[in-house]
Design a protein around this ligand. Structure first.
Ligand SMILES: [Zn+2]
Length: 347
């Protein structure tokens, strides 16, 4: 071990300030200018990749750098997990045979309602660390259990403290309405929470953790709410992400109406949009997230996955062959590539 100790990035997450040289590994750079190296080195300085190439010469800095023997190992850019409900980390294994309706009733109207902010925090922290451990250095956290600002801030804190690069998609809870209360599909995304987050914990648009909106969209909300939420995301220049599919839509023809209103474009990310017609997606110019179609039995399509590296970028689902066949390219977030061996991510 040489060099300096850990530091903190602008968002408060940990940065490995040491210099590390991974030597003599097979390097898959995914960079046309570098190519793939059957034997190559990767130099990491202060949490950033400083150089990739064959036989990097450290010169006088050699004594300050940790050397990692990469022989027999493959170095690849960090994987991007484009969709996970990280607050559900402690619930892995539940609901594999639930229908979607059971999931809504037992999860969103049941288990989700007893989560305290500290439960959200530890689940998000552990879930994000597990992602790093499995090779995913960037995570889209589709957080939809935010009944109070304290719950939201707890999730953001868990992400920041993990050190992972993340898009925090702020969502809304889905409890059973009490008498006199509106159904969740009739509740617009809270503007005051967006303003609060952008003025406080997620004010740094270039920080390791950035804000997006996990909205209901036309499949799960009224047209008025969908229009409001799309406009809200556009006003603040935020990605609007929403689930699609699973039973009949709340707003039939909603996508056509949103497209006619000029509200659909590159900042729109659709989850489970596999069954939307190609021409609609092309007209909208939006993204359909790489995911699986929702079916009668949900088999945890959006739940925390990845207990080992080969699973890191997959949804856990009983329809993997279907996923491979039908998945579409996705993820509007395209951060800089990071390397598996650089476990701590820096800004
Ligand atoms: Zn999901």
């Amino acid at each position: 071990m040489g060099g300096q100790a850990a530091g903190r990035n602008r968002s408060g997450g940990l940065i490995d300030m040491r210099h590390t040289l991974i030597k003599s590994a097979t390097v898959i750079s995914m960079d046309a200018g570098i190519g793939d190296l059957s034997t190559g080195d990767v130099l990491v300085e202060n949490g950033r990749i400083a150089e990739v190439g064959p036989g990097i010469d450290l010169g006088s800095g050699a004594t300050e750098t940790e050397i990692v023997d990469g022989q027999g190992r493959i170095v690849i850019p960090g994987l991007i997990n484009a969709h996970m409900h990280t607050w559900q980390t402690a619930l892995r294994g539940y609901a594999a045979n639930w229908t979607l309706l059971e999931y809504f009733r037992r999860m969103h109207a049941g288990l989700a309602t007893v989560f305290r902010p500290e439960d959200i925090y530890i689940a998000t922290l552990v879930g994000a660390l597990n992602q790093i451990n499995c090779g995913a250095t960037t995570l889209v956290d589709w957080c939809h259990n935010n009944p109070t600002p304290d719950h939201t801030d707890a999730a953001v804190r868990g992400l920041i403290e993990s050190g992972i690069r993340a898009a925090f998609f702020h969502g809304s809870p889905k409890p059973e309405p009490k008498p006199g209360e509106p159904h969740f599909s009739e509740i617009p995304h809270p503007r005051h929470e967006v303003e609060r987050l952008l003025a406080g914990p997620l004010a740094d648009r270039n920080g390791l953790v950035a804000l997006g909106l996990a909205i209901l969209g036309p499949h799960y909300s009224t047209l008025d709410v969908a229009m409001h939420d799309f406009r809200l995301a556009r006003e603040f220049n935020l990605i609007a992400s929403m689930h699609q599919g699973g039973g009949p839509p709340k707003t039939p023809g909603g996508w056509e109406k949103l497209i006619e209103a000029g509200l659909v474009g590159p900042g729109v990310n659709i989850v489970h949009g596999n069954d939307l017609p190609d021409d609609l997606l092309q007209r909208g110019g939006c993204w359909s997230g790489a995911s699986v179609p929702r079916s009668g039995s949900i088999s945890n399509p959006c739940w925390p996955a990845a207990s080992s590296p080969p699973r890191a970028s997959r949804c856990r689902c009983s329809a993997r062959s279907t996923m491979r066949r039908r998945a579409r390219p996705a993820a509007p977030f395209r951060p800089r590539p990071r390397y598996l061996c650089a476990r701590r991510c820096a800004g």
